[in-house]
Ligand binder design. Sequence first.
Ligand SMILES: [Zn+2]
Length: 262
Amino acid sequence: MTDFRTSATGKFGCGLGTLVGPLAESQSYGYKRHLCNAYRCGRCRGRKLRHVRAQIAQVATARKLTRFVTLTLDPARIPGGTPSHDYLRDCWRKMRVSLSRRAGRSVEFISVVELHKSGVAHLHVLVGLYLPQAWLSQAWQAVGGGRIVDIRFVDVQRIAGYLAKYLTKDSLKGLPPGTRLFSCSRGIVLWPKKKASGWWLSFRSIDELRDESKEARSERWEDIEQVGIECLVWFEGEFLLNAALDSVLARRTSPAQGETRV
Ligand SMILES: [Zn+2]
C-alpha cells in the first residue's frame, strides 16, 4: 500500500484518495475523488475561486449588499517594511468603526483583499448602504488609507456576474501563504458548518476502487486538469472493504467547506 501523503505538507496528495460514504437515498455507497481544494493547487484553484465567488454572490444577494466599494491604499502612506496587506487590514479595521458611527449601527459587509499589478493591496467591500463618495474618500484618508475610493451600485441580479471580474487567479498572485482573503461582519457566515455525514477518506484511489466494484454505476467523469483528459470523479456502488481499510475519518466531507486563506 502506497503512502500518498507528501512529506512536505503532511497532507494527502490532491486527487489520490477517495471520499466514501453511505448514500441517504439508497443502500449504496458514494465514491468521490478527493481533491485538496487549496488555492495553491493548480488543479483546484480555478474551481475553488468559482465556488467562492458563487458563495459570496449568494450571501450578498440574500442580504442585499448591493454597494460595491473599492478602497485603494496610497503607497506613500504605507510604513516602510510593512506588507501592504497588513497595513490594509489595519486601515480597514478603523474604517469599520467610522462606518458604524456614520450608520449608527454595525454595518454588514463582505470584504475581499486583492493585489494590484503594482503589488499594493486593495480591498473590495460589499455593503448594503449608500455612502457618498466624498464622505468615503475623506473617511478612508482619515484612517490612513488614501484618497482613492470608488463606490458603485450593483443590481442585485447581477452581483455574481460582477464578482466574476474579481477573485481571479491573477488577483491572488503575490499574496503570501496564510493571507486572509475575506472577512465578513459578525452574523454573516460564508461557509456554514455542515453536519458530519459519516463519510471518510480512503487512501485508495477511486480508479482502484472502481475496478474492484461489481456494481459500479452513475459514473461521472471530469476534465479536472483542464487538459482534455477526463478523470473518474464519482461513482456509486456497493460497500467495499478496501475502501474502509487504510482510511481516516474525513474531517471535511464537502468541497464547499474550506479555508478562506490563500
Ligand atoms: Zn488540489
